[in-house]
Write a protein of this length. Structure first.
Length: 261
């Protein structure tokens, strides 16, 4: 069992470090449950993927452009999983949607077009990459509901838990270590939220579905409390980039909570 207080203390240090580095360098479940399989069968052979931190950093700054794609279908919500290659010149090739909760074809095509327009800079080798875009994982909360959830969180101390529906097991200490080590993937989400909304305290609580290979196959919201729903989407996208040790069994389902201050 991992306690919320330990995650809270670690994250204070994590986000302080992230702000310093930035200055120095400058799904609620999807309501459309049937994912649309769109990946073609003639994919090229699998190649090494770009480091997740580098991939996330390269896409940073284009969040608004990708978000505008979802604005074409404001009643939709869920995740769109994509795959694409980046060649030695940093050009995106073979971009395609693999699964999607969004039935509006214009949204999916817009995301692919935006991916193709990205420039990653010179790369040491050709890479094959995955990225999952998330839209409206949560809805905006009233101030009353926000305070109620935060008060409830103050009484809870379990930050990481293997859920009863999990068909396999996984070392929770390992999961906590990976999430903390991968803070560059999500620290900017929180930092940008503060800049947009001017509020800092919040709670992120996700249900993570970790498949038999250790990859995150689905992220669901479990009662996150942030004044900025886009920050929750951003952090969910970061969790999709994480890879854990393979669970003991066909997969594991865990609940992860972190308090942000």
């Amino acid at each position: 069992m991992i306690h919320l207080s330990s995650v809270k203390l670690a994250l204070i240090s994590v986000f302080s470090s992230a702000v310093f580095l930035a200055c120095a360098s400058d799904r609620t479940r999807a309501v459309e449950p049937n994912k649309v399989q769109t990946e073609e069968s003639d994919d090229p052979p699998e190649r090494e993927a770009m480091d997740p931190a580098k991939l996330s950093y390269a896409l940073r700054g284009s969040e608004d452009d990708f978000r505008k794609c979802f604005m074409r279908a404001m009643d939709s919500r869920g995740a769109v999983a994509t795959r694409f290659s980046v060649d030695a010149s940093g050009t995106v090739t073979n971009a395609r949607v693999t699964t999607t909760d969004i039935t509006n074809a214009g949204v999916n095509q817009c995301l692919i077009d935006e991916l193709r327009s990205q420039k990653f800079g010179t790369q040491p080798t050709l890479t094959d990459n995955s990225y999952t875009f998330v839209f409206r994982l949560t809805e905006p909360l009233s101030e009353h509901e926000r305070k109620r959830r935060l008060k409830k969180a103050d009484r809870e101390h379990e930050a990481l838990k293997l859920l009863p529906e999990s068909k396999g097991t996984i070392d929770l200490g390992h999961v906590a270590d990976i999430v903390q080590a991968r803070y560059p993937l999500y620290a900017h989400c929180y930092r940008d939220s503060i800049r947009r909304r001017g509020e800092s305290r919040g709670l992120v609580r996700f249900r993570l579905h970790i498949d038999a290979t250790g990859h995150v196959s689905e992220v669901e919201d479990e009662g996150s409390v942030l004044p900025d729903p886009f920050a929750v989407d951003c952090m969910a996208e970061a969790f999709y980039l994480m890879t854990f040790n393979a669970p003991d069994g066909p997969g594991a389902v865990v609940r992860y909570s972190m308090e942000l201050q």
